[in-house]
Design a protein around this ligand. Structure first.
Ligand SMILES: [Fe+2]
Length: 379
């Protein structure tokens, strides 16, 4: 039985705070249940969140109670017994998630193949607050503020992917600040949405859930970069600590109707299931040119521009799994956009060296990665 990382937290909306849910908000979760009055955090450590096995993160070095999220900003180091660990206590956050996007490389958007396109598309609009930006014969593209984040399509021949298959662990929607995270949490709580986890990662605060077909989702906000703790080797310190959802919920403005994720929301990162970590290191670091920013047991985190991670890859469900089949539900492909064409070309050159086939259409280079996941590279 894996050790659980998050304190079981139940959101208790005050009666006066509970807005009447919008039509269609009380959606059954994938177990066929409906949660009407509370948001239940399922403690499924083995499956969700940026979580490591307990061995590391239950040590005193990592498992500490963060100071309250109120009061003066404290970015100083903790006492001498735990040098190198910072408390993250600032109330204010970054003005915009663009700090994750305006980087040498970032994840532009993802593409999921779903079984029930109308239902899943409706869910992403109502629960995640995405808007339809474009429709095509096979699907539609959703986004925020005109920024495409997620393409959904359907394929009658697609088989439902096994949980062990390489593919998506979660798409991570980065919101501008803690207030926006609290606004989304209140919206989810009032709508009876079932969450799967919630964590304080030191660099960020994250909430996890699944879409109706089991595709993982993270909604998160970043703390200020000046409070991230970079190590001498260039990696950044992350951990998995409990996130006080009740406190976050209580901070949400209660006098505003929720009208979707705010402009500036971005696909901050994508977290993948792969079959082998050394292979992931070789692909994302050595071929695509991303920096290795952190390691957990069974996972690596890669980024450009010293972001905490634009791409994560783990083997928690998929160690040693066979390549993904072409016609499968779930993650079909995703796009990494390079700021400089030269960096794209360097990646293409290394792909050729590795004899990984690519196709080019316009400015987009497409390939299938070592685990059968589609990847588009653009600049
Ligand atoms: Fe994540």
């Amino acid at each position: 039985m894996p050790r659980l990382h998050a304190t079981l937290t139940r959101i208790k909306p005050k009666l006066k705070d509970r807005a009447k849910p919008a039509a269609g908000m009380r959606l059954p979760n994938r177990r066929g249940l409906t949660v009407n009055s509370m948001l239940t955090i399922f403690r499924r450590i083995a499956t969700y969140s940026e979580r490591p096995p307990a061995a590391i993160f239950t040590t005193d070095r990592f498992y500490r109670k963060p100071k309250p999220e109120t009061g003066p900003k404290l970015s100083d180091r903790h006492d001498g017994n735990h040098s190198g660990v910072r408390f993250m206590t600032e109330q204010t956050a970054l003005a915009s998630p663009n700090h994750a996007v305006n980087m040498p490389a970032h994840v532009d958007h993802a593409h999921l193949v779903v079984m029930d396109l109308p239902m899943v598309a409706d869910w992403y609009q109502k629960i995640m607050g995405l808007s339809v930006l474009e429709r095509s014969p096979s699907g539609l593209t959703l986004g925020v503020g005109g920024r495409p984040l997620l393409t959904l399509s359907t394929d009658g021949k697609a088989a439902r992917a096994s949980r062990r298959a390489p593919g998506l662990f979660h798409n991570a929607f980065l919101v501008p600040d803690r207030k926006e995270l609290s606004r989304w949490l209140a919206h989810a709580a009032h709508g009876g949405v079932q969450l799967t986890g919630a964590s304080d990662h030191l660099v960020s605060e994250a909430i996890y859930l699944d879409d109706p077909e089991g595709n993982g989702i993270e909604v998160y906000r970043d703390r200020s970069r000046e409070d991230w703790n970079y190590q001498p080797d260039g990696t950044v310190e992350m951990a998995t600590l409990p996130l006080d959802l009740q406190r976050l919920y209580d901070e949400a403005p209660k006098d505003e109707a929720w009208s979707g994720l705010s402009e500036g929301t971005a696909m901050g990162h994508i977290h993948l299931q792969v079959s082998d970590i050394p292979q992931a290191d070789a692909f994302f670091r050595d071929v695509l040119g991303l920096d290795l920013m952190a390691r957990y047991p069974g996972a690596s985190f890669f980024a450009s521009g010293k972001y905490h991670h634009h791409v994560a890859a783990n083997v928690w469900n998929s160690r040693g799994a066979a390549r993904r089949e072409p016609a499968m539900s779930g993650l079909a492909d995703y796009t990494i956009r390079f700021a400089e064409p030269g960096r794209l070309q360097q990646a293409v050159d290394r792909l050729e060296t590795m004899e990984i086939a690519t196709t080019r259409q316009g400015g987009v280079v497409s390939l299938v990665d070592p685990w059968g996941i589609g990847l588009n590279l653009s600049a």
